[in-house]
Design a protein around this ligand. Structure first.
Ligand code: FAD
Length: 461
């Protein structure tokens, strides 16, 4: 006997918009890291805001939980339903780019548009949508907003919060919040649309958003620089930021252990240094100048800093290879074996002392764990992962590592989540480490939007 909600939805929706077949549902019940294996009544795929509102109103009437899911690439289990009394609400069919306004530098799109498609639509209008993640081919606008995604170019262009202007969303009772404007300035009291960004699907279902665009870039330059210490990484960052200003688009750090894993598991991606350095830094410039001019600026600024052990990509293929070294690290780590993953936020000036303190503490408490450190260091964001020997008890080691590292992060003025969010996997850490007043206010806000706690229960709060 199907759940009465499913019978009602089956009468409302075309057959292809309601998934209940266990085989089709299966990939939607597992998170990207394969840590969670969930359950749900089924999955609905609305094709319009009105349809989404009708589905959500029916869920509200039946007291069925709603789990918004977009590309399902969340690294904290934010889009995985864990209750048999939940409906997954997918964005796949909300995939229209509604409007591109090159004059106003905006693009309005529905929540199911894939990031790569948004970027292409902007490019077709000679504009740039700069968000760029390792998951750009799968992540969708609804999830990018739900998780306030960051990525490689936050250094220059900001994260999702800084890149969108308006939002349209369906609230947990089925009402539509119509905040889909393209206004850079709107001073009209509480800025409610901000609440949906990074809310991890707990306050409503985003159906569309208006995004900021930028001038298309005419040129690029990429360099990889060998460094002896984390102090040098930060020193070079400060010097290049001062010298290059806004053309500095990305500043990514890779430690020697990560380079070692790349050499082992992706030997076809050439490494330019004779011996593996303690750290390498990937620097990217982009802007209105052409490639040659930007390469010259990059070379001049590196020469002025005194860090000479560097390669500057001479063409697009070389640039892609250097980026490949950075982008394939998570895959290399997966090939190597089990690992504990962290997405830490730190004040930039505290990064080197944090790395030293963490190495010392790990040597004492978890000597077999290998720190594989990489990430958006120019944004104060370290992916601080720990490689474990095959067969290690991941859950037990993770508990120990988290308690040790999160305490150090707090002591250095940082946070346990820079860009991946809290999801299901970081709730205990957020409750333990975040300001209790902040957590209590969030619960009160949640109660205003969703008094029955039907939207993504068990995520974020
Ligand atoms: C290989 C790889 C690389 C990655 N690199 C980065 C990176 O560099 N930077 C970064 O920030 N993240 C990164 N991520 C994490 C992930 O891709 C991002 O969090 C992304 O924004 C999630 O988008 P999604 O469409 O997959 O959303 P989902 O995983 O489907 O959902 C993410 C969250 O948003 C909510 N949500 C989904 N749709 C809606 C909606 N319509 N309305 C309201 N809430 C919604 C979900 O409930 C969930 O809580 C990476 C992930 C992978 C697998």
């Amino acid at each position: 006997m199907p759940h009465p909600l499913l019978s009602e939805l089956a009468a409302m929706l075309p057959a292809s918009s309601l998934l209940t077949d266990p085989e089709k549902l299966a990939p939607r019940l597992v998170d990207a890291r394969k840590r969670l294996h969930g359950q749900a009544l089924g999955m609905a795929l609305p094709a319009s805001t009105e349809q989404a509102a009708q589905i959500i109103a029916r869920c509200h009437a039946h007291g069925v939980a709603v789990v918004p899911q977009a590309g399902n690439t969340s690294l904290v289990g934010g889009a995985t339903p864990m209750s048999g009394n939940a409906l997954i609400l997918g964005c796949d069919r909300l995939n229209t780019i509604r409007h591109v306004d090159p004059l106003g530098y905006t693009l309005t799109a529905e929540a199911g548009c894939v990031l790569d498609d948004l970027k292409q639509a902007a490019e077709a209008a000679d504009r740039l949508f700069p968000l760029w993640l390792g998951s750009s081919g799968s992540a969708r606008l609804g999830g990018l907003i739900g998780s306030n995604a960051g990525g490689m170019q936050v250094q220059r262009y900001g994260n999702m919060r800084e890149l969108r202007l308006g939002i349209e969303a369906v609230l947990p009772d089925g009402q539509v919040f119509r905040g889909l404007h393209a206004l850079r300035k709107r001073n009209a009291g509480y800025d409610l649309k901000q609440l949906f960004i990074g809310a991890e699907g707990t306050l409503g279902f985003v159906t569309a958003a208006t995004l900021r665009l930028f001038p298309a870039e005419s040129g690029h330059a990429t360099a990889l620089v060998a460094m002896e210490s984390a102090e040098q990484v930060l020193d070079l960052f400060a010097q290049t930021k001062t010298a290059l200003g806004e053309v500095l688009t990305a500043y990514e750090m890779i430690n020697g252990a990560a380079l070692g894993l790349m050499a082992k598991h992706f030997p076809s991606i050439a490494q330019p240094f004779e011996t593996t350095p303690a750290y390498a830094v990937l620097i990217a410039l982009s802007g209105a100048d052409n490639d040659t001019a930007l390469k010259e600026r990059l070379m001049e600024s590196l020469l002025a800093t005194g860090y000479y052990d560097a390669v500057i990509a001479q063409d697009v293929d070389q640039s892609k290879a250097l980026w490949g070294l950075r982008e394939h690290i998570p895959a290399a780590q997966n090939r190597q074996g089990p690992s504990i993953k962290h997405d830490l936020a730190l004040p930039i000036s505290a990064i080197a002392t944090f790395i030293d303190a963490a190495a010392e503490a790990l040597q004492r408490e978890l000597p077999f764990a290998q720190p594989v450190i990489f990430g958006h260091v120019g944004d104060g964001n370290l992916h601080y992962n720990l490689g474990l020997p095959a067969g290690a008890d991941l859950v037990d080691q993770e508990r120990k590592a988290n308690s040790l590292l999160f305490e150090l992060v707090a002591r250095h003025g940082g946070d346990i989540s820079a860009e991946h969010g809290i999801g299901r996997l970081r709730i205990a850490a957020a409750d333990a480490g975040h300001d209790p007043v902040e957590r209590a206010l969030m619960r009160q806000i949640k109660a205003v939007f969703d008094p029955g706690s039907l939207f993504n229960p068990g995520v974020l709060l």
